[in-house]
Write a protein that binds this ligand. Structure first.
Ligand SMILES: Nc1ncnc2c1ncn2[C@@H]1O[C@H](COP(=O)(O)OP(=O)(O)OP(=O)(O)O)[C@@H](O)[C@H]1O
Length: 309
């Protein structure tokens, strides 16, 4: 079967809980082979979206397509190709990690070799014999992922898989996600409210704000967009005086402090001309540099209105 270029595609996905609008005309596009970071502040609608993709909520307005097919018409067949980790996995505390997996594997009639395979994939083989009550949060998350991986799904949908993990747990999870994509060929859609987490693993990003997509595209594209938002920062003696000296076509200069001025970056020539003008006007120039907003700043900018709680 030919793999479509988009494994997840929604059109005008609109959903509410009663009168409360939660998602509005969401057009999600998750390319095959990607790690798609679905970002947004708390309450933006990430979990709701992921639940809709898994058919866990009443049918929304708009459409959901998985693997190129309509979810509402081919639900069971399509969901059999998806592994999900949506909440803390429900685990039998008194059973070992291996036995937890075995219980699900048998129930789903999957080949016996899958248990050892997924234990190795998530790095739990050495701890597989221990009861789950002894597992750390990170180990539980990895066991949850192992459960999702049992049927060897093509697509993984993970809701905040690093939530609550310590830095080591987060790093382990990141490494695991990269290995799943690169070595096992999985497509991964994961949500997070932390751009720093997503930035390290994602190939694509969707930013949701109050139920609408504020950005969607490749990480490189997001970074390119940032470059358009760069600004020049000038350190001088009297910023207010310099502000008056600058030609208006350079855009509005803003006072960032008594000795600091900022204005939109246009080109390197503009930078050189600015320096020349200020020096010619007898203003001391202590510093002149170009400031790129970080991905974190741009994420905050995209999501700066209050979340829809
Ligand atoms: N079962 C529900 N009934 C009513 N409202 C709900 C329900 N579940 C979620 N909501 C509301 O829908 C909105 C979106 O919630 P959702 O859980 O999708 O956000 P999120 O982006 O995943 O945030 P978080 O990271 O906090 O889970 C919020 O305003 C939330 O209060």
């Amino acid at each position: 079967m030919k793999t479509p270029s988009l494994l997840v595609e929604t059109h005008d996905l609109t959903f509410g809980f009663g009168p409360r609008r939660v998602l509005q005309q969401l057009g999600l596009q998750v390319p095959a082979g990607s790690i798609y970071g679905f970002l947004g502040p708390n309450g933006a609608g990430k979990s709701t979206t992921l639940r809709l993709l898994l058919g866990l909520l009443p049918a929304p307005a708009g459409s959901v397509r998985l693997f190129g097919h309509d979810l509402s018409r081919h639900r069971l067949g399509l969901l059999a190709r998806v592994g999900a980790l949506i909440e803390m996995p429900s685990l039998y505390e008194h059973l070992s990690g291996r036995d937890n997996l075995e219980a699900t594997r048998r129930l789903r009639g999957l080949p016996a070799a899958r248990t050892a395979a997924v234990l190795a994939t998530v790095g739990l083989a050495a701890d597989a014999h221990r009861p789950v009550r002894e597992y750390s949060l990170g180990m539980r998350q990895r066991l949850g992922l192992a459960l999702a991986l049992l049927p060897d799904p093509e697509l993984l949908i993970l809701d905040e898989p690093t939530n609550g993990l310590d830095p080591q747990g987060m790093a382990d999870m990141r490494e695991l996600l990269l290995a799943l994509q690169q070595e096992h060929g999985k497509t991964i859609l994961l949500s997070s409210h932390l751009i720093g987490e997503i930035e390290r693993v994602a190939t694509h990003v969707g930013v949701v704000q109050q139920g609408r997509l504020a950005f969607q595209g490749g990480v490189a594209e997001l970074q390119r967009q940032q470059r358009g938002r760069a600004r020049i920062v000038i350190d001088t003696e009297d910023a207010a005086r310099c502000q008056l000296l600058l030609p208006a076509e350079f855009g509005a200069a803003a006072l960032l402090g008594p000795g600091r001025l900022g204005l939109p970056y246009q080109s390197d020539e503009q930078l050189a001309y600015l320096a020349q003008q200020l020096v010619l006007a007898g203003q001391p120039l202590y510093g002149l540099h170009c400031q790129q907003p970080s991905l974190e700043q741009s994420f905050l900018q995209l999501t700066e209105t209050a979340p829809a709680r």
